[in-house]
Design a protein around this ligand. Structure first.
Ligand SMILES: [Zn+2]
Length: 275
């Protein structure tokens, strides 16, 4: 992908839904998919239809991954290796994509330090996260999809819906603050609410807690949590926190469950007054 070309792309322009719909229903290369909203001789001359969409999809995934990595480490720059594993691509692909992002003004890469988003990169990342999280909640609330099913669906849909539709979904859902995993939903104005960040691993023993956010959204992990009663909003208490053994034992609805510290760190809770 040519970086010069990417730099020319308009990030404020979302593809329209009709076009996305027609593209998914029809084989690539049909003139209908092209003329609907990507008209112009330059596009028609391109050998592969959908290059534009693929490029913007990749860019959106990169800025999202950079954003999430930086947030997780108190806004320290993201390392190439971290992005490679988050996006499941080779470090070489990350390096060349970072150049592209740099040239398009979305991210800044400093050798031996890492990458950070620029103001416009940050804005784009929050827009993608807003789409992702609202789609997740919409699927959970209207189609009854479970919290372990919505992430994968939203991963695909987040690149396809218009911001106008997302704003309608937002209104329909009553401008919700969080998604089915407790992640905060960025507002339409590009701001995002700071969330409590007390992990279950650091929660005080004996005090009641409420599970408010789950950081690992792998379907099998979420299903495990559901099975052990640790769904979002679950209330319980830490029965024991054995740092020397790396385990945290919790009591939820009369059931004791022992979690590794690593798992407990992925569960964010709020704690109320002592029992
Ligand atoms: Zn989510």
């Amino acid at each position: 992908m040519g970086s010069r070309w990417v730099a020319k792309m308009g990030y404020n322009q979302r593809r329209c839904l009709g076009c996305v719909g027609s593209r998914s229903r029809e084989p690539s290369g049909t003139s209908k998919a092209l003329t609907h909203c990507h008209s112009g001789p330059a596009r028609l001359a391109e050998p592969t239809v959908g290059t534009n969409d693929l490029a913007s999809l990749t860019i959106e995934n990169y800025v999202k991954a950079i954003y999430q990595t930086c947030v997780r480490q108190a806004n320290e720059p993201a390392a190439t290796g971290q992005l490679a594993s988050a996006l499941r691509v080779s470090p070489g692909s990350v390096t060349s994509m970072l150049k592209t992002l740099g040239e398009s003004g979305l991210a800044e890469y400093t050798p031996y330090e890492g990458v950070r988003l620029t103001r416009s990169g940050n804005k784009l990342a929050l827009r993608v996260l807003r789409r992702h999280r609202l789609i997740e909640l919409f699927l959970a609330q209207t189609l009854d999809l479970s919290w372990d099913e919505v992430h994968e669906e939203a991963e695909n849909m987040e690149h396809a819906v218009s911001d106008r539709l997302i704003d309608r979904i937002d209104e329909f859902l009553g401008k919700p603050a969080t998604d089915p995993h407790g992640d905060p939903i960025p507002r339409a104005d590009g701001t995002i609410e700071a969330m409590p960040s007390l992990s279950l691993a650091d929660a005080s023993v004996g005090n009641p807690f409420e599970l408010v956010r789950v950081l690992d959204q792998a379907p099998e992990f979420l299903r495990y949590l559901s099975e052990t009663g640790l769904s979002l909003g679950a209330q319980g208490a830490v029965a024991a926190n054995r740092t020397e053994a790396g385990i945290v034992t919790v009591n939820v609805a009369g059931e004791e469950t022992t979690l590794s510290r690593e798992v407990a760190e992925k569960l964010l809770v709020t704690q109320t007054a002592e029992l």
